[in-house]
Design a protein around this ligand. Structure first.
Ligand code: MSP
Length: 536
């Protein structure tokens, strides 16, 4: 991976019909982790998220709440902002589909598609699921019900504008054949290819039965289908159709990443776009979206990564079952790093996953309390005791077995950067975490074997004590940096204890001896308190 190549990371725009749950937070945490990791590598990153505010679903929720869709959206979007702030999600752009610049881009795209001859008027007879905001054919239904929500879809019949999706079957198959990693992981790509081979039907892309949406420029009694509108955010957020990029005042004050994004030409970011989505909306993000783009003469994004779904203790997560996991409740109780860690390590990146409380506690105790926390704490405590908190100079062990163990640790540290880059490039965030935790476990075993607390009692072993403590200092320093994207709070706290700043390119700091001898640390503070097993 060339870390000079920019990357443009996006999450779905979540519907503002309800508060967000762990499923939504998962995609966003994956995106935030990718963004932080690549930034730490020095790669130019643009991270976009936002809210999907139009369509029947929002209209219905607003009506039920006795308010207007816009007032309703404003209220819920406020909760999105609060959630992302409290989870410290560092996006550059937050886009709302009710933003004027977005609506103009949607209209411009639609007009282009009409001018290119891909749009026609026709009668629309369909089965529409409002929860998916998507229409289905009889064949898609399972026992007459929506395959995702298990509800009976509406029968709809109106005269609408249609998009000639069927024309794109072949171009899409060719695109996927040419860029095999444009849909990852591979089984998801195969699903899409399978469906494409069955052929595509043209789709209805406007509605006249309600008005909460972007009006068609030449026939405003039609509003544009909510998906057709929302997907455009990925380019309207870059200022499209203006090749110069989004004027910075368009979304002023809506960045959580330290600085407001700098205006950059569309061509700077778009070829490097990576959409993170859940498996249920992969179809929209590949087939539907890419056809829109191809029809308008814009290249598809670089990649779509589709993750699986969470279940909860073996059941579907649903309000009806009352088992919805709310990310803030978890973060408030256990800390946001603990939440993030569970998502990264146990989450549905490769397939579906099960959120289990017992697994949460086990993972937390093993990795965070007994693994990382214990290692850093005992290392820094001993450094304070034996070297007055000062990083000692490097010496080799006199004892051969310990010297071999030290050399293994050095090799692992020096290989870490490349391993992490390879894992993150493959969207294997769990793999990147595991690479770091192999170092944690190996070093904890090293502490037990070297037993610096025993060496300290024997003046003849002063050299080996120094070798032990030099090793532990280097490892703590490397862990602090390696975890910047994965456990940002713990990383910042380790940095405070070490008396360093968690900054600088990872390639330069994930190296043996990057922690200078002679530096005096601030001192240890507990990182993660152990949780009682079986305790809530
Ligand atoms: N508004 C559309 C996206 C438009 S993007 C241009 C939408 N929004 S949503 O609010 O329904 O959020 C969907 C996201 O949440 C998807 O990525 C979906 O996979 C994810 N999840 C919803 N429930 C989930 C789980 N139980 N587990 C994991 N993710 C799940 O769709």
């Amino acid at each position: 991976m060339n870390v000079e190549t920019p990357v443009y990371i996006t999450t779905p725009l979540y519907y503002v019909n309800d508060e967000l749950h762990i499923g939504h937070a998962t995609t966003t945490l994956y995106a935030d982790t990718l963004a932080r990791f690549w930034r730490a590598c020095g790669r130019p990153v643009l991270f976009l998220t936002g809210s999907d505010e139009h369509g029947q679903k929002i209209h219905k929720a607003a009506t039920a709440a006795g308010t207007t869709p816009k007032a309703f959206a404003d209220r819920i979007v406020g909760k999105f902002f609060e959630l992302w702030e409290r989870l410290d999600i560092q996006y550059d752009i937050f886009i709302r589909t009710t933003d004027d610049f977005h609506k103009r881009a949607v209209q411009a795209l639609f007009t282009r598609l009409r001018d290119a001859g891909h749009i026609r008027k026709d009668r629309y007879n369909a089965l529409y699921c409002v929860d998916c905001e998507t229409n289905y054919t009889e064949k898609d239904l399972v026992e007459g019900k929506c395959p995702i929500h298990k509800t009976t879809p509406q029968q709809v019949s109106e005269e609408n504008y249609f998009f000639a999706l069927s024309r794109f079957t072949q171009p899409l198959l060719e695109h996927i054949a040419k860029f095999p990693d444009c849909i990852v992981p591979e089984p998801r790509r195969n699903e899409i290819v399978g469906k494409l081979k069955d052929g595509l039907n043209d789709i209805s892309v406007t509605r006249t039965t309600f008005d909460w949406g972007v009006p068609l420029p030449w026939e405003p009694q039609h509003v544009i289908w909510v998906w057709w509108d929302a997907l455009v955010n990925y380019i309207s957020g870059l200022g499209w159709p203006d090749a110069q990029g989004l004027p910075t005042d368009a979304i002023a004050g809506r960045s959580r990443h330290g600085h407001e994004p700098v205006r950059a030409p569309f061509a700077h970011w778009w070829p490097h776009a990576v959409h993170l989505v859940g498996k249920d909306i992969l179809w929209h993000h590949s087939v539907v979206w890419w056809s829109q783009l191809l029809g308008a003469g814009v290249n598809p994004p670089r990649q779509v990564f589709a993750h699986g779904w969470w279940q909860v203790e073996g059941d579907k997560m649903s309000k009806t079952l009352g088992n919805v996991i709310r990310p803030l409740e978890i973060a408030d109780k256990y800390g946001r790093d603990a939440l993030r860690w569970h998502v990264l390590r146990e989450g549905p990146a490769k397939g579906d996953a099960d959120w289990r409380q017992a697994a949460f506690i086990t993972r937390y105790n093993a990795d965070l309390a007994n693994g990382l926390g214990n290692l850093v704490n005992r290392s820094l405590t001993m450094l304070g005791k034996y070297f007055a908190g000062k990083v000692p100079a490097e010496v080799a062990f006199e004892q051969p077995a310990l010297e071999r163990a030290r050399r293994d640790i050095i090799a692992r540290v020096n290989a870490l950067y490349a391993r992490m880059v390879a894992a993150v490039t493959a969207f294997d965030l769990d793999g990147a975490c595991e690479a770091v935790f192999e170092l944690v476990r190996e070093t904890n075993a090293f502490v037990n074997n070297a037993a610096p607390f025993k060496l300290a009692k024997d003046p003849a072993r002063a050299n080996d004590l120094q070798a032990s403590m030099h090793t532990l200092c280097q490892v703590c320093f490397v862990l602090c940096h390696a975890l910047r994207a994965f456990l940002p709070d713990a990383s910042a706290r380790i940095a405070d204890q070490l008396g360093i700043k968690a900054e600088g390119r990872l390639e330069a700091v994930l190296r043996w001896n990057a922690f200078a001898p002679g530096h005096t640390i601030v001192g240890p503070q507990p990182l993660f308190a152990r949780l009682e097993t079986g305790g809530a």
